[in-house]
Design a protein around this ligand. Structure first.
Ligand SMILES: Cc1cc2nc3c(=O)[nH]c(=O)nc-3n(C[C@H](O)[C@H](O)[C@H](O)COP(=O)(O)O)c2cc1C
Length: 364
């Protein structure tokens, strides 16, 4: 059924303006019948951050920014869904056009600018579906016009703790001016201290909610050293590598569209984000698990992320070009790889290539 859906919908969605296509996809998912997903092979189960994931393939942040369709996404076979980025106040984001498909590169450039319905509306939706279970993470960020960005993160942690399976502290979006400065050691230390303190304060009521930090692939290795050091010191539960890149690899074929401002995602991000993941893995020294994201468009790409150090993976842009069938394809390929290697779980594959990858020349 999913294959038939993709065959019908992909050409149609690709013919539309990218943002209209995205809106239509969300509306379509709202209409998805409440079928039960096929249970995952038990070999795909992953335990991380104290949570039990039925499979390691997650929907990355930015697709369902306002938590309109998390359950439809779970029913389509994702092991977890990250909603957001949510900001305290509703926000319109940047003027359109702000989303561009680089067809021949199987890539996207976006400068959405945290358009979302705001904490109050998103909380209402998540509270209404809380009884359904499933892992739904909440990705949090600051409003563009905020006078105190750290206070925005703290407020969101307090608001969403009762309904979030985990939090992602997003300091890596290129589309809110100045946001990425929060990745610098001093600012990051202050932010994470206050976020973890807020999480611990509401813990008595909500239970412990894991806090993950999502970083950009454009950090220097010195900045990465600092970010990992601060995350470890502050007791963050995991990191997500990576957000979109502001760089434009020389290999891009859609030269005109590549000039659009914003973050690049999809296939051309794969090498850089996977290298950063490996760099992160060797620095984390097992202190916490990592989520690998950036350019996953096949089972082989997901396996490469795991071997670079990912315990879980997420994807977004791959769905635009491959359709929702990509999720089952990746899961099938993961099970096949486990069978071939006579392994009973993915755990023994995590980070096996990391050291070797960090010795290679830097991806250009
Ligand atoms: C249109 C679009 C919107 C996004 N919005 C967000 C966002 O709000 N918050 C966030 O942390 N990441 C956001 N991302 C980044 C993705 O979560 C992901 O890190 C990135 O796209 C790399 O994965 P991919 O190559 O599989 O798309 C967005 C990506 C795209 C394409």
């Amino acid at each position: 059924m999913i294959r038939a859906f993709d065959a019908f919908s992909l050409p149609l969605l690709r013919w539309l303006d990218p943002e209209d296509a995205h809106r239509l996809a969300i509306q379509g998912l709202r209409l998805l019948p409440p079928m039960r997903p096929r249970p995952d092979d038990t070999k795909l189960a992953v335990r991380a951050f104290g949570l039990n994931f039925p499979n390691p393939v997650g929907m990355a942040a930015g697709f369902d920014k306002s938590a309109e369709v998390p359950d439809a996404l779970l029913r389509l076979g994702f092991g977890f869904v990250e909603i957001g980025t949510v900001t305290p106040k509703p926000q319109a984001g940047n003027p359109r056009p702000r989303l561009f498909r680089l067809e021949r590169d199987e890539a996207v450039i976006n400068r959405m600018g945290f358009n979302n319905d705001g904490a109050e509306a998103v909380l209402r939706r998540l509270a209404a579906r809380a009884h359904l279970g499933g892992i739904v993470g909440v990705n949090v960020g600051a409003n563009k016009d905020s006078a105190d960005r750290v206070a925005d993160y703290v407020k969101l942690i307090e608001t969403f703790a009762p309904v979030a399976s985990y939090f992602t502290v997003n300091v890596s979006s290129p589309n809110t001016p100045g946001l990425r400065d929060l990745q610098q050691a001093k600012a990051l230390d202050d932010l994470l201290a206050r976020v973890v303190e807020a999480r611990d304060r509401v813990q008595a009521k909500a239970g412990v909610t894991p806090v993950l930090l999502k970083i950009a692939p454009d950090l220097t290795l010195a900045d990465l050293d600092d970010a990992v050091g601060v995350a470890r010191k502050r007791g963050v539960n995991g990191m997500i590598v990576s957000n979109t890149t502001i760089t434009r690899p020389g290999s891009l074929r859609e030269r005109e569209k590549a000039k659009e401002q914003g973050g690049l995602s999809g296939r051309p991000l794969f090498k850089l984000s996977t290298r950063m993941l490996a760099e992160e893995f060797v620095r984390a020294e097992g202190a916490f698990p990592l989520i690998g994201v950036g350019g996953i468009d096949s089972g082989a790409a997901a396996i490469a992320k795991i071997k670079a150090g990912a315990t879980l993976v997420q994807l977004y842009t791959g769905l635009v070009y491959r359709g929702i069938g990509l999720v089952s394809e990746i899961k099938r390929d993961l099970v096949a790889a486990l069978k071939r290697g006579k392994r009973t779980s993915l755990e023994s594959m995590i980070g096996t290539d990391a050291a070797e990858m960090t010795a290679e020349s830097w991806p250009g």
